[in-house]
Each structure stands twice: as C-alpha cells, then as structure tokens.
Design a protein around this ligand. Structure first.
Ligand code: PMP
Ligand code: GLU
Length: 397
C-alpha cells in the first residue's frame, strides 16, 4: 500500500488530551486519581446559557446557519471585543468556528504557504506547533526562560526572523505558563512584526482570567497598522465554562475573514446552531458568573503557588493569568521516584500518575522538559489533596 500523508505522519497527538484520557481511564478502573491535566473549568455552564440553548431548540433553531455564524452572534462578539478589549471590529470580520482550536487551524490554512515559518515562543501550547505543521508550515521555536517570566523579548523575536517568516503566534495570557505581557511588551513585539512584514496571531482565549489587579491588553488595540495584520483568536470555552459547546471565533481583516469562511464552508460548515445561541447569551447576558469564576480561580492560584513553593525540591513562579502553573522539577532530574529514573517531565508525570495518583502534563509537549504543568481549574479540595500527594511523592514516601 502507498504511504500516508507525510504531513499527517509528522503530527503528534495532543499531550494535554492524552493525559486526560489516561487519567480518566484509571478513574474508570477504580483508581482515585486527582486530575490536574487538561485545562477545563470544573464549573458547570451557567444556567442562563443552558436556558438559552433550550429556548433555541424549542423555537426550532435547529437548522444550518450562515457559515461564519448567525448575525446576532457576530455582532455580540464585536460588541464584547469593544467592551472588554477596547478594539473595534465590524461584525463582517468576525468568523465563528467550532472551537478556538478550529479557528486557529483555519486561520493557519488561510495564511500559510508550504515551508512558511511561524515563530512560536516556548513554553507553548501543544496545539500551535502541530497545527502549523498540519497547515504545511514550519514551527520555529524561541525559548522564553523562567528568569524572563516565560516571556520572549523583542530581541529574541527579531533574531528568529528569516525571509521565510510569515507569522508570529502569541498567547496572552499564556497556556501553559500563565505569563501576561503588558502593553509596552506587546508594542515592542508588534513593532518587530511591523518592521519585518509579519502577521500576528494573538490567541486571547484567557483574556478574562487575569489576576492580582493586572490589566489585559489586546494586541489589535495597539494601533490600526497592527490590527490590520493581526488575527485575534478567542472563544467561550474558558471564560464561560463552555468547553463542550465548541464555539470559538476570530477577528481579522476582511481578506483573511473571507478565506476562513470559504474554508469552513467546505470543512465543518457553521458550528452547532444550538451552541451559537448559547454563546450569544454568554456574551450578551449577565457577566456575574464569569466574574465569580475568575475570582475563584484567583483564590486557587494563590493557594497553589504558595503550597508548591513550600514543597522541597519543586518550585514555580506566580502566573498572572489563565489557570495553569508550570512546576519546575529541575531538582528531581536524576532521582528515582516510584521505581522510575527521572530524566525529564515525561518520566515525572508518568510516575506521579501511576504512583502518586496525580495527573499533570509533562512539559516536554510544551517545549519545556524540565517542567510539568498543573491546572487549577479544579476544586480547592482537589488542589489541596493533589498537592499533598505531590509532596509525598517527591519526598519519596
Ligand atoms: N487556545 C489555548 C491557548 C487553549 O488553551 C485552548 C484550550 N483548549 C484553546 C485555544 C482552544 O479552546 P477551544 O477549542 O475549546 O475553544
Ligand atoms: N487547552 C486545554 C489544555 O491545554 C484543553 C486541552 C486541549 O484542547 O489541549 O489543557
């Protein structure tokens, strides 16, 4: 038989989703696993949003919609971007897709020619490198160290640019580090992109989850010239506890938005009609539950950071946003834990899961093998128990 697609064969499955599946399988086999793996709010989708979905079904809103989404939802996204991010888009430049992950992939298909380079700061969310490969591009990784607060500098970005560079991907606040770039830092990075004629993909899906009184700045709000070359990505999954509804969106210039719409018309068509009506309520209804969830995430972050730094042999820096913590396991390398020799995050995560019954994601998939990532999008009770288990595990008890 002839071989499969070379591109497809080079793509690795999502490590965040893989650890989640393994942990869920262990739970189904009767193991009491604490899951700090995939980042998914533990809260239920707020009642007003579920009610809107039921009302839509009852009203017969169960047919195809226009590919880029219902007009009311595109307008609601534009209104929220103006209110939350201070950035003005006409609703025709908003394209709704089946999750922000699909918005990212579709935008990459719109932008990349085979061999185009895409600069991605590490540690990075696993999906960026693989979706760039899936779209025929070449990921170019630029490392941001712990000492730099996991944020890349304009000098590093500039050094990574070649004649083939097409796009720079920034995730702010970031998964997996929780790093938050301020306005000045974003401006300096955007200036490099302007100078070299590079597009920017700004994934702002965690924009509402910012802590410690810090301020979120949206990349396209920095100026018209930057906005014109930016593809903004966002969605309702994280902010409104709607991961399973699969609604994401992009805002871009009309050329890119039009191509994305054509691509979607031949792949998924429009996202689920019922979910679109639910997302409409999420964006236009009361924002009280969103604010309450944010406050609870901040409480958990504060506890988890202090607790991790009280454990001998592991440490972390305080994340300013999202709901993840990178746990530095550098001191564990070379030890034997749970009968496994620890060479990096993969061994540590596997041994912690099998022997300590805590699921974390190895930093290897994020380009940071000396770390593991935990999410605090789980209850405080589980955070306490899981970190107690982590302490027992590294103490070799
Ligand atoms: N961007 C980032 C940084 C994420 O962590 C996620 C998590 N799934 C997504 C995009 C995609 O979210 P979704 O597809 O659920 O909208
Ligand atoms: N984005 C979340 C994470 O990083 C959910 C899983 C995924 O889609 O990757 O854990």
């Amino acid at each position: 038989m002839k071989g499969l697609s070379n591109i497809a064969l080079s793509v690795r499955a999502s490590t965040t989703l893989a650890v989640d599946s393994l942990a869920k399988q262990m739970v189904s086999e009767g193991h009491d696993v604490i899951g700090f793996g995939a980042g998914e709010p533990d809260f239920d989708t707020p009642d007003n949003i579920k009610a809107a979905a039921l009302a839509a079904m009852t009203a017969g809103e169960t047919k195809y919609t226009p590919t880029a989404g219902i007009a009311a939802l595109r307008r609601a996204v534009a209104a929220r971007l103006l209110e939350d991010c201070g950035v003005k888009y006409e609703s025709g430049k908003i394209v709704i897709a089946s999750g922000a992950k699909h918005s990212i992939y579709t935008a990459l298909r719109a932008l990349l020619n085979p061999g185009d380079e895409v600069i991605i700061p590490s540690p990075y969310w696993v999906t960026y490198t693989e979706s760039v490969r899936m779209a025929g591009g070449v990921p170019v990784i630029v490392e941001a160290t712990r000492d730099e607060g996991f944020k890349i500098t304009p000098e590093k970005l500039d050094e990574a640019v070649t004649v083939r560079t097409k796009l720079f991907i920034i995730n702010n606040p970031a998964n997996p580090t929780g790093a938050l770039y301020d306005g000045g830092e974003l401006r300096a990075l955007a200036d490099v992109c302007l100078r070299h004629d590079i597009y920017i993909m700004s994934d702002e899906i965690y924009c509402s989850l910012v802590y410690g009184g810090k301020k979120f700045v949206s990349v396209p709000s920095l100026g018209e010239d930057i906005k014109e070359r930016t593809i903004l990505i966002n969605g309702v999954s994280k902010t409104y506890a709607m991961t399973g509804w699969r609604i994401g969106y992009s805002a871009s210039n009309s050329g890119i938005a039009g191509i994305m719409e054509s691509y979607l018309s031949h792949s998924t068509s429009a996202p689920s009609t019922i979910s679109q009506f639910a997302a409409l309520e999420a964006l236009t209804g009361s924002q009280d539950s969103r604010d309450a969830m944010r406050a609870e995430f901040e409480r958990r972050r504060d506890y988890a950071v202090a607790r991790i730094n009280s454990i001998e042999g592991v440490s972390c820096i305080e994340p300013d946003g999202a709901f993840y913590i990178m746990i530095d396991i550098g001191e564990q390398i070379g030890r034997t834990l749970g009968g496994r020799h620890i060479v990096g995050g993969d061994d540590f995560a596997l041994s912690l899961l099998k022997n300590g019954l805590v699921a974390v994601v190895s930093g290897a998939g994020f380009g940071a093998p000396g770390y593991v990532r935990m999410t605090y999008a789980v209850s405080m009770e589980k955070i306490k128990e899981g970190l107690d288990r982590l302490e027992r595990f590294v103490s070799g008890e």
